[in-house]
Design a protein around this ligand. Structure first.
Ligand code: ADP
Ligand code: MG
Length: 688
């Protein structure tokens, strides 16, 4: 059945539907009502009181007018039913609503009534224009309200039309089930066709919600099935190089490393060891809060590769971080006589050529760098292990490109973004996870406070004391890409001011637009303790490690997200000194800005902060959906529907382990839906 087979669906309307993302009857059936008008729940206007829950009202438009001047301009519409009149206000988008409403029109409103003085009014309600009262009467109880958008309204496609097309399609078509019968029964889901009917024509809100569960499950299940299959394919096909620790590894841990490993580091290393010894390609995520000590674990893993005659590589998202790793590696690996090289974008051609030939010839055992490593010209002699630091900064694609640099090299990715474990297992469900829970001993939690410009003198005195005491200070300015020049000015000006205030204290300025050598020299002078104060944009955000730095002042702190603030703060509190973080908000503080700063003062626990951030931003933004390889779910919310997600995952694994090719007859219709879905996902992961 084609869209145009539906009554009154001409090509013009079809085109409009197409540009709204609906290109088949099935798509139309999967366009779910955004809400329902519940006839039994419509409030007479007289009965409306202030309420935090939205209420539903149906009435006629009496009058409309624009009030006020400038930014106080607003549209006021009066709507009445037999019992009274309600004022409805739009501050934003009032021009649009001005043209949308006509006097005498019947409208349904859904919003929160609020009291102003003596009268009740409603601001920015969800609004639908109804043709007539029949629109409501006709439906048993609930009238579906569909998502709307420009293409639809332009072609005069109304809710009623959509509802009628859906009715017609559901009457003529039999939408086949594809979930296995066992799953339907186990979860008491409705069969697909019936569930669609319940979504589009529910008799009660409960009926609609119950049906929706099924569709949430459906998309989570397909996703988990594809992840299970990807993981299974990776396991089956990939024979990894056989690596094992040898003299270099043991010399490193016994003689060179200046501290004892934490429990988490030891167990992560033993996970890695059993992976790489097994001859199956490792695919492991090492998760640990900032400062947990992931780098030494990575070096330990690299040594296992080098001990076994292979090369290892470590890729970081920024040059500064790559350079820092380079210095760490120099400190640890030089005494072992290991050849290591740095590969970043800004290098001179002659140097670069030399590095490339060292890598290709195999004289270099360990390569540290940025994404320059995954470029075409780079050819490894014999890559055994690829490590990606701060992996959330990279995409799945770059992960895949990295793996193509060798013959099934082992992969270790590292991330400090702590996310709730169940979520991690889903987002990274193609990876095994090792978690470092504790920070190395002897650290004191960072003390955090919010201070304003009024406290400037106190802050300056504190800075002077810190330096006199042998400590070091970061002063951080935000960098927002759109206005890089402007923010740079902020940092530069802040730097000049501080220099005038403290002419005798050596300080440096660091920002993204500097040349590599310049950045490197400033960063290493700060690391060596020659510079006492480092004024910087957020280039220092990821991974930078200067244990002696114990104070961080964050300017315009409200402009940062919670996770980002946590990352920044993770730069201090790394040594034995007590560390302090001072958050300085700018002028205007939004509600969420205030909340973020408060949260930072309250806790230093990365997981608690991540949880709060996740709530604030939603999973898509929090995880960087595109980066993480997680699809945008249409109906499910991976945070709210966590339970359903875990069920889908365990169901999917059961099926894939029992019937990897979906050959059993009970999986026949599942296979039909899954095959094209999987093809897309697999391409994304570079498999297939
Ligand atoms: P992250 O996990 O954030 O990458 P790093 O690897 O940069 O953390 O380690 C943070 C700091 O802790 C470094 O200075 C490192 O030398 C130090 N460190 C790591 N492990 C230990 C340990 N077991 N005991 C003491 N210090 C450690
Ligand atoms: Mg790190």
């Amino acid at each position: 059945m084609k869209l145009t087979d539906l009554s009154k669906l001409n090509t013009k309307r079809r085109d409009a539907l197409n540009s709204f993302g609906i290109s088949s009857v099935m798509d139309l059936l999967y366009l779910f009502p955004r809400r329902y008008i519940d006839k039994s729940n419509i409030k007479p206007i007289q009965m409306v009181t202030e309420s935090a829950d939205p209420v539903s009202i149906v009435g006629k438009v009496d009058s409309k007018e624009v009030q006020g001047y400038g930014h106080k301009r607003r549209l006021e519409v009066y709507v009445s039913d037999q019992t009274g009149t309600l004022k409805v206000v739009w501050f934003k988008g009032w021009k649009y609503f001005m043209s949308k409403f006509k006097e005498g029109q019947l409208v349904s409103l859904f919003g929160k009534p609020k009291r102003f003085g003596r009268s009740i009014s409603m601001a920015h309600p969800d609004v639908e224009v109804l043709q007539s009262r029949d629109d409501i009467e006709k439906y048993n109880t609930l009238l579906p309200i569909y998502p709307s958008g420009k293409p639809l309204s332009k072609a005069y496609i109304t809710h009623k039309m959509i509802a009628e097309w859906v009715d017609e399609a559901l009457n003529k078509l039999d939408v086949p089930e594809f979930l296995p019968q066992a799953i339907i029964e186990q979860h008491t889901f409705k069969p697909r066709h019936e569930a669609l009917q319940s979504i589009h024509r529910p008799e009660s809100q409960q009926e609609a919600s119950h049906a929706l569960e099924r569709f949430k499950y459906e998309e989570l299940f397909l996703f988990e099935l594809s992840m299970a299959k990807i993981k299974q394919m990776q396991r089956a096909k990939a024979e990894g190089p056989a690596l094992k620790p040898g003299p270099l590894t043991s010399a490193f841990f016994k003689k060179i490393l200046p501290f004892e490993l934490t429990k988490g580091q030891i167990s992560a290393l033993s996970d890695i060891r059993s992976d790489v010894e097994s001859q199956t390609q490792m695919n492991r995520l090492l998760q640990g809060d900032v400062g947990a000590g992931k780098t030494v674990v990575a070096i330990g893993a690299a040594l296992m590769a080098i001990d076994s005659g292979y090369q290892a590589t470590l890729m970081a998202p920024t040059e500064i971080l790559a350079e820092q790793h380079f210095h760490t590696i120099k400190k640890y690996l030089e005494p072992l006589g290991i050849n290591y090289r740095l590969l970043v974008g800004g290098q001179k051609k002659s140097l670069r050529d030399d590095v490339l030939s060292d890598i290709a010839g195999g004289t270099c055992n360990m390569v540290v760098g940025t994404h320059a490593i995954i470029q075409d010209q780079v050819q490894f002699h014999k890559l055994g292990l690829a490590i990606i630091d701060e992996q959330h900064r990279f995409g799945v694609k770059q992960r895949t490109e990295m793996l193509q640099k060798g013959d099934h090299p082992h992969l270790l990715v590292m991330s400090a973004t702590p996310i709730p474990r169940s979520l991690a297992m889903t987002v990274y469900s193609d990876l095994d996870i090792s978690l470092i829970k504790e920070l190395p001993g002897g650290r004191k939690p960072v003390k955090t406070a919010v201070r304003t410009d009024k406290d400037q003198e106190t802050i300056h005195n504190f800075m002077a004391e810190t330096v006199a005491d042998g400590g070091q200070i970061y002063v951080v300015y935000p960098l927002i890409e759109e206005s890089e020049a402007l923010d740079l000015k902020d940092a530069t000006m802040g730097f000049e001011k501080l220099k005038r205030r403290f002419p005798d204290i050596p300080m440096g300025l660091l920002h993204g637009q500097m040349k590599s050598e310049e950045k490197e020299s400033i960063m290493s002078s700060f690391a060596d303790g020659k510079l006492k104060i480092l004024v910087s944009t957020t280039v220092i955000e990821v991974g930078v490690d200067v244990p002696n730095a114990n104070v961080m002042i964050i300017e315009h702190a409200e402009r940062f997200g919670l996770s980002q603030l946590h990352q920044l703060r993770g730069r201090i509190g790394r040594g034995s000194r007590q560390s302090y973080c001072i958050l300085k908000p700018g002028q205007k503080l939004s509600e969420s800005g205030r909340y973020r700063l408060k949260k930072m003062v309250e806790t230093t626990d990365g997981f608690e902060i991540a949880e709060a951030d996740l709530k604030l931003r939603g999973p898509g933004d929090f995880l960087g959906t595109k980066q993480s390889g997680l699809p945008e779910f249409q109906y499910a919310d991976i945070v709210e529907d966590r339970l359903l997600l875990e069920q889908a995952k365990s169901d999917a694994w059961k099926i894939i382990s029992r019937d990897p090719q979906l050959k059993l007859s009970e999986h026949e219709s599942l296979k039909k839906i899954f095959t094209p879905y999987f093809k897309q996902r697999a391409e994304y992961f570079g498999i297939g």
